[in-house]
Design a protein around this ligand. Sequence first.
Ligand code: UDP
Length: 358
Amino acid sequence: MASPLRLLLVSTPMGPIGQGLGGGVELTLDSLLRGLGARGHRLALLAASGSQLAADLPVTLLQESGVPQASWQHTDRDAPVTIPADGLLPRLWQRALGLQGDYDRVLNLGYDWLPLWLTGVFRTPLFHLVSMGSVSTAMDEAIATVAAGHPGRLAFHTAAQAAEFALPDPPRLLANGFDFTRYTCRGQPERVLGWVGRIAPEKGLEDAALAAARLGWPLRVWGLREDPAYAAMVEASVPAGTIEWRGFQPTEVLQAELGACAVLLNTPKWTEAFGNVVVEAMACGVPVVAYRRGGPAELVEPGLTGVLVPADAVEGLVAALPAALAIDRLACRARAEARFGLAAFAERVERWLLAQPA
Ligand code: UDP
């Protein structure tokens, strides 16, 4: 074990943790805190006030209030960097600047311009775990600048995600880690399909709904209703009763309900940086039928944990169902656990943080 580090993690400027506003970053944070805590590191998390963390996380929570940032993925690609009045983002980073002397490393989980720009300003080494692919010209440029000047400070989840950026060196890929003790595998599923994600256009719920309608199977949907107009449009596009809305649920509830699904459909329209929900389904023994695009294409192992079909091909989703149903659910979970365990993830993160001298 490396000697313990004092680590300051800085959360997303999208809002408080615990409501799904931070998307996959919320679970990534939970995993980082559990995994790095188990390795003896001393952890503090700076996050939006009102954040709710699991009670058993080994971390000191520091909170800042302020107006959240708009999501980059729902902003025009060529839009300028904007920060609202009373903004949460500058408050978080002003606090981090003031606190840096108490820490050995600072780790940024937010996908935003300001922390990237601050890389060369901080005296304590500042690292960035990039949580999305390319969605903005200004962000692409900020990431490319850090990659050129401080290449060791950037890490990505998957090769497909990193390939979207201009990086002079091979990227550091960390995948992600999951606490498999929080997920259980159910033997006999119900005759129902599952879909999990923020209800927003880049997640492609309409394709899964259409596939479910063609199959005549119900589609159970979990996730934050980020775009209500989009949700209504998808619901109207399929016969009534096709979609069963389950809302946003904490991991304990989500995993218990998700485990009842025969198969998870994963149909993103963008380059998913990782795809937490794909691994969470596998952890419940639920095979995944996913588009061959972005992170999920690196997560699903055909025949073992799911089936990959051509991106945007609804008929491919439909045709893949029998092969997905034939997958051994216990073996699916075991394979996912071997690849995406928490301990190995924390070790990869630790190696990254230690590769750069303070
Ligand atoms: N999620 C959840 N409860 C729900 C639906 C989703 O906790 O009811 C979480 C899920 O566990 C996952 C995240 O939302 O960690 C979505 O992350 P993903 O990487 O799939 O996509 P992102 O939202 O980051 O684009």
